[in-house]
Write a protein that binds this ligand. Structure first.
Ligand code: NAP
Ligand code: ZN
Length: 411
């Protein structure tokens, strides 16, 4: 195996740097699989860290956690860290359920650090601020997305790409190195404590339940659309997978004035995609005739699919020099035959959520254009059924947990 394969890849999807080849045997450049090796804190030391946090007197929190790879969630008491000067304490109102939460609680990516309190699409209200906080005050409506920390000194952070910082701290199932290495606990809980640098302002007028999914699903599609020029009126965007991420991509594409085509495995989604979400066209990806007719027509494609699928037929839909952006994270490697990109000079890029700046800009854009996710709001005691339904592709298009309405007002 080439020495290149041993380069350390730091991924915000993983709690610690991942060495390719350790388990999943990725192939360079085309691999979007995530490692299957278990990366758990040693149990005893994790317990000690939790205990240390309790002793420091952080706020008591009630959450729902998965304890093992069954992924079954149940009530879980823990403590938040003692707020620092730059910390904002937030009462969680709503939290979206992202497919990433499902991948993690069932340990499909091999990186679960149980107990896992999922949730990284958080909208809440500020209940307290540290002495050094300048941007928020109690009563503000705020959001928290996929990450709650970064080193703030590396090249990526300096350029405003905290999402690509090697020291990024995920909101859930991350390693909070600044706090004894405790595993972070996400938004399926009544209270969360976050440095103000990673807290987003929710524009007035946005419905809070429909805004929660924007904090991950929204920015994950908005950010690469901006970066790759897939935000220009008249351009043709393909959106693969009409789920949580995909349906928001359709909405952003239409708000940018683009032609948008949904590429889906679910013919039953056609009517809604066109009539309700505003898609211009709908292709069934398993219908070779439909796919053939659309070859060479698209400027860009956002692929949000959560499971293994062939990407060569999707790349054939791109015009020469067209751009594919992979954002879905199947746990098996995708295949990229060079003939699918070399002759047309096509690009294949990846993308992980977006920076704090991207996320704030996305929220402002959503506020201006009235964009929110299509949601099914549930109580926390429905969450295990919701996870089963999400796994079966039975959601239109995002579950959102009414956290405050389920867990009371402990915050
Ligand atoms: P989701 O709501 O479950 O949507 C995924 C969609 O993929 C489904 O609605 C379905 O759309 C399609 N699909 C599912 N199984 C398929 C299969 N076997 N073959 C082809 N298509 C299939 O999930 P999501 O929350 O949008 O997340 C999607 C993926 O993005 C997940 O892997 C998640 O971990 C990842 N993600 C990545 C980032 C990032 O920063 N890169 C951020 C958030 C999430 P159709 O019915 O239309 O085919
Ligand atoms: Zn997510």
């Amino acid at each position: 195996m080439s020495h290149l394969f041993h380069a350390i890849i730091h991924s915000p999807f993983l709690p610690v740097p991942f060495r390719p080849g350790a388990a999943a045997a990725p192939s360079l450049g085309v691999n979007v699989a995530w490692p299957s090796r278990a990366l758990r804190l040693p149990r005893a030391s994790a317990d000690k860290r939790e205990q240390a946090m309790e002793e420091q007197g952080g706020a008591a929190a009630l959450g729902w956690a998965a304890r093992d790879a069954t992924g079954v969630l149940s009530p879980y008491n823990f403590s938040r860290r003692v707020p620092r000067d730059d910390d904002v304490t937030i009462k969680v109102l709503y939290c979206g359920i992202c497919h990433t939460d499902l991948h993690v609680i069932k340990n499909y990516w091999g990186n679960a650090m149980y107990p896992v309190v999922p949730g990284h699409e958080i909208v809440g209200v500020v209940t307290g601020v540290g002495g050094g906080v300048t941007r928020f005050k109690p009563g503000d409506t705020v959001g928290v997305g996929y990450f709650v920390g970064s080193c703030r000194s590396c090249d990526s952070c300096g350029k405003g790409h905290e999402n690509y910082c090697a020291g990024v701290v995920l909101t859930s199932n991350g390693v909070d190195r600044a706090h004894g290495g405790a595993a972070t606990k996400g938004g399926f809980s009544d209270v969360i404590v976050v440095s103000e640098h990673y807290v987003l302002r929710v524009p007035d007028g946005l419905p809070l339940d429909r805004t929660a999914p924007l904090l991950c699903a929204g920015v994950t599609v908005y950010s690469p659309m901006m970066r790759h020029g897939l935000n220009e009126p008249g351009k043709h965007l393909g959106v693969v997978g009409l789920g949580g991420l995909g349906h928001v991509a359709v909405k952003f594409g239409k708000a940018f004035g683009m032609k948008v085509t949904v590429i889906s495995t679910s013919p039953s989604k056609r009517q809604e995609a066109v009539e309700h979400l505003g898609a211009d066209e709908f292709l069934v990806s398993r219908d070779p005739e439909q796919m053939k007719a659309a070859m060479g027509t698209m400027d860009g494609i956002i692929d949000t699919v959560s499971a293994w699928h062939p990407i060569a037929p999707l790349l054939a839909l791109l015009k020469p020099l067209g751009q594919m952006v992979l954002v879905g994270v199947p746990n098996k490697p995708l295949e990229l035959p060079v003939y699918a990109i070399v002759p047309g000079g096509k690009g294949v890029a990846g993308n992980t959520v977006g920076s704090v700046g991207d996320c704030q800009a996305m929220l402002e854009f959503a506020g201006k254009h009235g964009i929110g996710a299509e949601v099914e709001v549930i109580k926390m005691d429905y969450v295990n059924t919701a996870m089963e339904r999400l796994e079966k592709n039975d959601v239109r298009y995002r579950f959102v947990v009414d956290v405050a309405g389920s867990l009371g007002s402990a915050a």
